[in-house]
Design a binder for this molecule. Structure first.
Ligand code: SAM
Length: 202
């Protein structure tokens, strides 16, 4: 990842969401992006130029745009029309983002459009976040990485965040994924945890 001093940046055309520029690079704000927060907390995986990424919950493309600055291609899935309009504007200026308007819970809808990927990133803030990630893991290469941004309050507001977190881990590991690391995203994002898993080689 590219740091200028202690500031995380990505190299690409700016003015996507009024982000600051620093020495010609785009400042990647940890308060606006959970993935940036994860890097600030010392975790996360290195994004590299040959990587293909399937990104679920693209919203208006804030984090997608930074990821696209680092990797070969991002398949960006979003189901809400309003953020999709903004995302299309981001895609107009970045040729390596493929926008897909679809429900991430129904990957069969976009299966013909997506190649196998190295990284599956999910930030959909839904009650069935673990199930959605598992359904989409068919697109992940063996040895590929999953980053799940778990919003515990969207899964079950009556349960303690820690309980939701461990239930989610159980679901992922009992489906055969291997836990790599995890991190709570405070102070940047309250009650959110990043879970990083690996799809084992066959
Ligand atoms: N990842 C974005 C970023 O960092 O810039 C923020 C994502 S926002 C927390 C969650 C997004 O997921 C919303 O835009 C919402 O419309 C989308 N979403 C929720 N459920 C979805 C689903 N089942 N399929 C596709 N998109 C979904």
């Amino acid at each position: 990842m590219i740091w200028i001093g202690d500031v995380l940046v990505s190299q690409g055309e700016g003015a996507v969401y009024r982000e600051r520029m620093l020495d010609g690079a785009r400042v990647w704000d940890p308060y606006r992006s959970k993935l940036s927060a994860l890097y600030y907390l010392g975790k996360g995986i290195e994004l590299t130029p040959a990587m293909r990424v399937l990104y679920l919950g693209a919203a208006n493309g804030t984090t997608v745009s930074h990821v696209a600055d680092y990797v070969e291609v991002v398949y960006a899935v979003e189901f809400a029309p309003r953020p999709m309009q903004d995302l299309l504007e981001v895609c107009r200026r970045r040729r390596n983002i493929i926008p897909i308007m679809a429900d991430a819970a129904r990957p069969e809808q976009y299966a013909p459009l997506v190649e196998s990927v190295d990284l599956l990133y999910q930030d959909v803030a839904q009650p069935d976040q673990a199930a959605i990630v598992l359904r989409n893991s068919v697109f992940l290469k063996p040895g590929g990485i999953i980053i799940l941004m778990l919003k515990t309050r969207s899964v079950d507001v009556r349960k303690e965040p820690n309980e939701v977190f461990s239930d989610t881990l159980d679901l992922l590991t009992s489906a055969g994924l291997v836990m790599k690391e995890s991190e709570w995203l405070a102070p940047f994002h309250a009650d959110h945890a990043a879970i990083i898993c690996i799809k084992p080689e066959a």
